[in-house]
Ligand binder design. Structure first.
Ligand SMILES: NC(=O)c1ccc[n+]([C@@H]2O[C@H](COP(=O)([O-])OP(=O)(O)OC[C@H]3O[C@@H](n4cnc5c(N)ncnc54)[C@H](OP(=O)(O)O)[C@@H]3O)[C@@H](O)[C@H]2O)c1
Length: 331
């Protein structure tokens, strides 16, 4: 068996940004393990994706209790890679997990009760083979559990040392502000928010980014490439092995409409004029906000990670380019 040795030059070109007003820096690109790390996927490919990411300076790997399929298997596979190849790099890694979606049967395996969050993180730590995660998120708001209970569970998790920091995902601007204040009242800072944000999904621009800035909370947008739509992948149909073609993929073929393809083609022209790929343009466009700490991409191939990291070589967007993008997106 080959032993993995990280590239000595791994910190030479990646950018690291402070997460909100905390002292924690995150790599400007992070890798998410929602797809391509499940029991249905190839272990050797997972290793390659993690190794290449780390060699390129990506320090942040994002998981959740339910990533797979089957649920839990992404944490198991990442735990195996950590134990086999990365244990000596543990202190160079920021590993996150979450709970909030349906995970096990009965009333305690879903949403936001203290019972669910504490038990779920204990399960995640076992699957990952870790004593603690760096960031633990509540994955989605729970309309039925008092916010004080859910935030109390996050505070308890930090005090127990099972997570160093806590975050929120899919919370509205208003819910985020309330939750952050409850955490503050317990002397816990809300480190980060994980919202869906891309050129095709822009709700965060209304109020969320303002709240994050005011509260000193970092931001890590998920699905920044709209699950692959904001790349050159679907310009000429649906290729084999793409997320939209896979049975276990979350991208529905019905989302690839003619209207979207028209926009993707126009955006692709702007990207090419900048000597970039569309995914690189989509990443630069997100990182234009000072509130954004890191962009959370997914990948099925090493070449995609290389391509996405290379976006950092040209992050400047002119007013003219931004206006053209705006016109395409609104058109
Ligand atoms: N908090 C939440 O509720 C939530 C929800 C969803 C996701 N997330 C997190 O966000 C992460 C990223 O989400 P995502 O996977 O949807 O992100 P994404 O970056 O929008 O999509 C990733 C997919 O785009 C394609 N791709 C990526 N780079 C490419 C490139 N350079 N050229 C061509 N195609 C490229 C690949 O598709 P193919 O597989 O087709 O090759 C890849 O699997 C997840 O892994 C997870 O950690 C969080």
């Amino acid at each position: 068996m080959n032993i993995y040795n990280a590239d000595d030059s791994r910190y030479n070109s990646m950018k690291y940004n402070f997460c909100g007003n905390s002292g924690l820096k995150l790599s400007a690109i992070s890798l998410g393990l929602w797809h391509n790390f499940g029991g249905v996927d190839q272990f050797l490919n997972m290793q390659s994706l993690i190794f290449r990411s780390f060699d390129l300076g990506i320090t942040h790997f994002d998981l959740a209790n339910n990533y797979g399929p089957p649920p839990g298997s992404a944490e198991e596979n990442f735990g195996k890679i950590l134990a086999q190849d990365l244990s000596r790099y543990r202190d160079e890694l920021i590993i996150s997990s979450k709970a909030g979606y349906d995970m096990w049967p009965g009333p305690y395996g879903d949403f936001g009760s203290k019972k669910y969050l504490i038990s779920s993180l204990d399960q995640s730590l076992k699957r990952l083979g870790l004593d603690y995660v760096d960031i633990f998120y509540h994955h989605r708001p729970d309309p039925k559990t008092p916010l004080e209970e859910t935030m109390g569970a996050l505070a308890q998790i930090v005090r127990q040392g099972k997570a160093l920091y806590v975050g929120l995902s899919n919370y509205s601007a208003e819910q985020t502000e309330k939750a952050a204040k409850i955490l503050q009242s317990m002397n816990i800072h809300c480190l980060i928010h994980q919202p869906k944000y891309s050129m095709f999904e822009r709700w965060v621009e209304d109020d969320l980014l303002k709240v994050l800035k005011k509260q000193g909370i970092g931001c890590i947008p998920f699905s920044p490439l709209a699950q692959g739509l904001l790349t050159d992948k679907y310009l000429n149909g649906i290729p084999e092995n793409s997320r939209a073609a896979k049975e276990t993929g979350f991208l529905q073929k019905t989302e690839i409409t003619n209207e979207k393809i028209f926009k993707i083609k126009a955006l692709n022209t702007i990207a090419n004029d900048r000597e970039q790929t569309l995914s690189q343009l989509a990443i630069a466009w997100i990182l234009r906000h000072e509130e954004i700490t890191t962009v959370l991409v997914g990948a099925s191939k090493v070449s995609q990670i290389e391509n996405n990291v290379a976006a950092l070589k040209n992050l400047t967007l002119s007013k003219n380019e931004l206006d053209k993008i705006e016109n395409i997106l609104k058109g």
